[in-house]
Design a protein. Structure first.
Length: 359
């Protein structure tokens, strides 16, 4: 695990059985995109998210009926559930009474401070934290003359101060822009003024490629600056991709155990279909959460160095492939035999790691 940078010191906030901030590992979140009224589809999606490693799932609660469904959802899943509420404070209160683990509100659209106070009173009673924060799409008008990153942070600070005024400090904060640099700047700014954990992400980051690049830059920088306590990689489409992306981001930054399949881009020297083999290896390892590095390189130009540094490596040779296992050459093989051996050894490594994670 990386330990060369320091996490910002924050309050510890508990969301069901998950801790955010206070030095806890960075928590992965995602959000359902089903109609919450459709209980079966929503439950299926939450379970899929849970299976791939999502640690907190947010659901939209557009009305009281959905808030009441929280109880049935909570009976069927173990992952903590966050209720996303806008405009109507009664929905938030109903969700809390039905067992929601955290509420995400935008105090600016709840209406009056008296209504926010009602939410806070019930959240206090049930020990439920509240996430507040600002998105670039919903900035208060009186802040729009400020630079956008500062406006985002000031808008979120205003919301935090509103909750604090009612004695509430069980808070998680987010400042999200659809712009990479604004997201970085806004989080840097707000981190100087509060010690609540930060939920970080690029909002409306787009489809897969756009989001992966934007999120890796913004969230990656902020992780390395120690400012991220929980994250969502927002991606249009199946939210399972959000969780897979978040896990990879944390793994590649050394923040979590995980698999790294190194594969070369291929060129005229490649003696086998590197992409196909790398994808097969990734598939075998898809549910493994142990530190395993496998290198798949088309030839020996870089293949020997990478292979020796990995737990398992394969590189193309003049008449087949050479395999490495824990830094040593296992042997040279004809292509098909070598590829078979690679898969066999991949499964062996998985079994070894699962039996003894320290190896
Ligand atoms: S490792 Fe070999 S095949 Fe792969 S890109 Fe480099 S030179 Fe080409």
């Amino acid at each position: 695990m990386s330990n060369w940078f320091r996490r910002r010191a924050t309050k510890l906030i508990r969301v069901g059985n998950i801790s955010i901030g206070g030095g806890s590992p960075i928590v992965i979140q995602s959000m359902t995109n089903t109609d919450t009224h459709d209980l079966q589809s929503t439950l299926e999606q939450i379970k899929r998210l849970q299976e791939v490693g999502c640690e907190i799932v947010r659901i939209s609660l557009p009305d009281i009926e959905c808030a009441k469904l929280v109880r049935r959802i909570k009976e069927s899943v173990t992952v903590p559930i966050v209720g996303d509420v806008h405009f109507d404070h009664r929905i938030a209160i109903e969700a809390i009474k039905n067992g929601v683990d955290k509420i995400r509100i935008n105090p600016g659209n709840i209406g009056s401070e008296a209504k926010i106070r009602e939410i806070v009173t019930v959240a206090n009673e049930y020990g439920v934290p509240i996430r507040v924060g600002a998105n670039s799409g919903s900035l208060p008008k009186d802040l729009t003359s400020l630079p956008r990153a500062q406006a985002l942070a000031e808008a979120a600070l205003r919301e935090v101060r509103t909750l604090e005024k009612f004695g509430f400090e069980n808070i998680v904060v987010s400042v999200k822009s659809s712009d990479v640099l604004e997201t970085i700047e806004a989080n840097r700014y707000i981190a100087k003024y509060i010690d609540y954990p930060l939920h970080v992400g690029v909002t409306e980051a787009g489809t897969l490629y756009n989001s992966l690049i934007k999120s890796s830059m913004a969230v990656g920088v902020l992780i390395l600056e120690g400012l991220v306590d929980t994250l969502r990689i927002s991606i249009s489409g199946d939210p399972v991709n959000e969780v897979i992306a978040a896990k990879k981001l944390l793994t590649f930054l050394g923040m979590r155990k995980g698999v790294d399949v190194i594969a070369c881009p291929t060129c005229a020297r490649s003696v086998f279909d590197v992409e196909k083999v790398a994808l097969e290896v990734e598939k075998i390892l898809s549910n493994v959460e142990e530190d395993i590095k496998i290198s798949v390189l088309g030839c020996i130009v870089n293949g020997i160095g990478e292979g020796k540094n990995a737990d398992l490596g394969i590189a193309g040779t003049n008449d087949g492939v050479v395999l490495f296992y824990k830094g040593e050459i296992v042997g040279t093989y004809k292509l098909e035999e070598g590829l078979g051996k690679l898969k066999e050894l991949t499964r062996t490594i998985v079994q070894e790691k699962l039996k003894n994670p320290a190896t």
